[in-house]
Design a protein around this ligand. Structure first.
Ligand code: HEC
Length: 148
């Protein structure tokens, strides 16, 4: 009888050892308090990628289709000169030295190609009117402005 009880007690301890004790250990050692390093690295890398993307987007603004097609064409300065004579000399002077509008010599040092196109087609700086040259005419005009 006593032996039987002893056996039962042993059994009970054995069961307790196998179930509750290791289970408690496992619960306590779940690494919830420290996020996995891989997740942190992935987050940091994603943030860096997003930052690079934003900086690139800010420094390389998307050009509209018109400007894109103008910049993809090669212009003739001689053609550009005759377009300039017909449309621009009244304000910028016969040789682009300036009258109502400013002197345009060296203007391509101050403004990018895309900004020069915008200057001509946007009409954002009155009294300079909004011009609507074809992409080829604009490319010719641009090549003339760039060699002033
Ligand atoms: C009615 C007068 C007028 C006509 C016509 C005109 N412009 Fe202008 N233009 C101006 C004025 C005024 C400015 C200065 C605008 C400002 O920045 O406030 C200017 C500015 C510019 C600029 C920028 C100059 C700079 O220093 O940043 C460019 C480039 C230019 N014009 C090109 C042209 C071209 C090319 C044509 C012909 C297709 C033309 N303009 C026709 C009046 C005119």
């Amino acid at each position: 009888m006593i032996d039987e009880v002893r056996d039962l007690t042993k059994g009970a301890y054995a069961v307790a050892d196998k179930t509750s004790e290791p289970a408690l250990d496992t619960v306590l050692s779940v690494p919830e308090s420290q996020p996995p390093l891989k997740a942190i690295m992935a987050f940091v890398l994603a943030m860096i990628a997003a930052l690079v993307g934003i900086v690139f987007w800010l420094t390389h603004p998307q050009l509209d289709l018109y400007t894109q097609s103008v910049l993809s064409l090669s212009g003739s300065p001689a053609q550009g000169r005759s377009i300039f004579v017909m449309n621009c000399v009244a304000c910028h002077g016969q040789w682009a030295n300036g009258k109502v509008g400013p002197n345009l010599h060296g203007v391509s040092d101050r403004k990018s190609d895309a900004r020069l196109v915008q200057q001509v087609v946007s009409g954002e700086t009155p009294p300079m009117p909004q011009f609507q040259p074809s992409p080829q005419d604009m490319a010719d005009l641009l090549s003339y402005l760039k060699q002033l």
